[in-house]
Design a protein around this ligand. Structure first.
Ligand code: CS2
Length: 487
């Protein structure tokens, strides 16, 4: 049996795959919430490279909000894990040593609250997915559900991410631990502003407003790297390359990008030395990425899954899909935004399609399809809204929404079951169950979910007609034929 990856077996790992800093040497400076594959292949790598280039005590204390499995695996491995880069032409691996600590929030929330009150911690980063922000996806309004209310109003250990943050800030103020930056690294529109409005709302309810406005910043970010969920194959590849078993291994595409608003009141790692772009305004980056990468990803996922394709790369082989996605980018997305300087939306979109076509990734359509109710607003519906306000008819955007509407009905065009992993799954199912079983019935039932569809969109006849037309096509002929006919 091969040894587990840890500080001891690291000596036998190929030299060019070892961490670029001495693991455990840097003190902790960052708390990260959400130890999923994305964080391990993105911010953890940038932060190691930043410390390798410029030093600093910026080790990451990685906090898993719910599940203990990653934390347990990393504990057994002295907090080491590997990232395999999968290029179409071959792969490379490196072990990352930037984790300085591990916590499990559900198991020991008080320890996390105390961490946030530690003056050594000057940054909190988050990758907790859209739904953890307790906000209405269509409007960004804070949703005070029972769990969050209890986190604010009682002494019981916090159970929600926003509850954990505000309790941590209260403890930080009490400890006089000084200013801190809270950095959302989730794919939300204006993620810094969203996190700020969430925390300010909670601060109002807990008499923390003054302290928060003087001590907390909320830099916005654009994060980008395709990181599929790890599989048995990911672990097998890592073991073969390392000569040691890595139960926390992740794999990712070669491309990686991080654009960060430079607003850190207590300092930051030299992320710029690691290739990140530090800027005064990340929003143009964020918008192009959400609309032309994530929007096109969701389009590929729903249409591909309906046509029975398991992965994003396989979906892109559907005749007509490439043409339809290019029309979506050029005709609907591009006119809806002002790209960052030096970038054109159509070229950006071409690069995105090339990245999606990487056959080594094995990124599944159902993974990208999950949580559609939380993703569609910023990825597709905002594009549609902007085009409607400009008097245009966003045909291709409507096709993507119609594909989602067929996807949530739960089967492929050939009748294979499709999973509905979505925090609004119950609402979606209930609405479908009481709707007439016709394209118009389904469209009206789903447009009525106001957490997803803003009234301006739900009440727009042009959009409703387009949705009914596309859904009729999809129901009658399936995604593959619809695409071939539309291209
Ligand atoms: C994907 C993203 O799963 C999804 O919804 O669209 O995770 C995507 O891979 C990343 O945002 C790429 O940066």
């Amino acid at each position: 049996m091969t040894d587990l990856l840890d500080l001891q077996s690291l000596a036998r790992v190929p030299a060019d795959a070892r961490p670029r800093i001495a693991p455990g040497e840097a003190g902790a400076g960052i708390v990260h919430l959400g130890v999923g594959a994305f964080h391990r292949a993105h911010q953890a790598v940038f932060t190691e490279d930043a410390m390798a280039a410029a030093g600093g005590d910026w080790g990451i204390v990685a906090v898993a909000p719910r599940s203990t499995s990653v934390v347990d695996a990393l504990r057994a491995q002295d907090r080491l894990f590997s990232v395999t880069t999968l290029a179409p032409a071959g792969r490379s691996i490196r072990v990352i040593g930037s984790f300085a600590g591990l916590r499990h929030a559900a198991g020991d929330p008080e320890a996390v609250v105390q961490l946030l009150a530690d003056p050594a911690i000057r940054i909190v980063t988050l990758t907790v997915t859209e739904k953890a922000y307790c906000m209405d996806p269509a409007t960004g309004r804070v949703l005070l559900d029972d769990a969050l209310r209890a986190d604010l109003g009682t002494d019981r250990p916090p159970q929600t991410v926003p509850g954990l943050l505000i309790r941590g800030l209260i403890a930080r103020r009490r400890a006089g631990a000084g200013p801190i930056a809270l950095v959302s690294c989730d794919n939300l529109p204006a993620n810094g502003h969203r996190l700020r409005s969430l925390v300010e709302h909670l601060a109002d309810l807990t008499s923390m407003s003054g302290w928060v406005s003087e001590n907390v910043t909320f830099p916005g970010t654009m994060v980008d790297r395709i990181v599929p969920a790890s599989t048995a194959e990911t672990l097998a590849v890592a073991a073969a390359e390392l000569g040691a078993r890595d139960e926390a291994a992740v794999s990712a595409e070669p491309y990686t990008q991080w654009v960060i608003e430079d607003d850190f009141p207590a300092g930051r790692p030299a992320w710029d030395r690691a290739g990140a772009v530090l800027t005064g305004d990340p929003r143009p980056w964020e918008r192009i990425k959400l609309r032309s990468l994530n929007g096109v990803h969701s389009a590929t996922a729903y249409l591909g899954a309906l046509a029975g394709k398991d992965t994003i790369a396989e979906a892109l082989t559907l005749p007509g899909l490439g043409t339809v996605l290019r029309k979506f980018i050029a005709e609907d997305v591009a006119p809806s935004l002002v790209p960052p300087d030096g970038i054109t939306t159509v070229e950006y979109g071409e690069q995105v399609l090339e990245r999606f076509a990487n056959p080594a990734l094995g990124h599944t359509t159902v993974q990208v399809a999950m949580d559609g109710s939380q993703k569609l607003p910023q990825r597709v519906l905002d594009t549609i809204l902007d085009r409607r306000r400009a008097g245009a008819t966003p045909r291709w955007g409507a096709l993507v929404v119609a594909a989602w509407m067929r996807f949530v009905q739960g089967s492929t065009d050939a009748g294979r079951p499709l999973p509905l992993n979505d925090p609004l799954a119950e609402t979606i199912r209930a609405r479908l169950a009481s709707a007439p079983d016709t394209p118009a019935g389904v469209v009206d039932a789903l447009l009525g979910i106001d957490a997803v569809f803003a009234p301006e969109l739900a009440g727009d006849d042009v959009i409703r007609v387009l949705l009914v037309e596309w859904l009729t096509e999809l129901d009658k002929h399936g995604a593959e034929t619809t695409l071939a006919g539309a291209a």
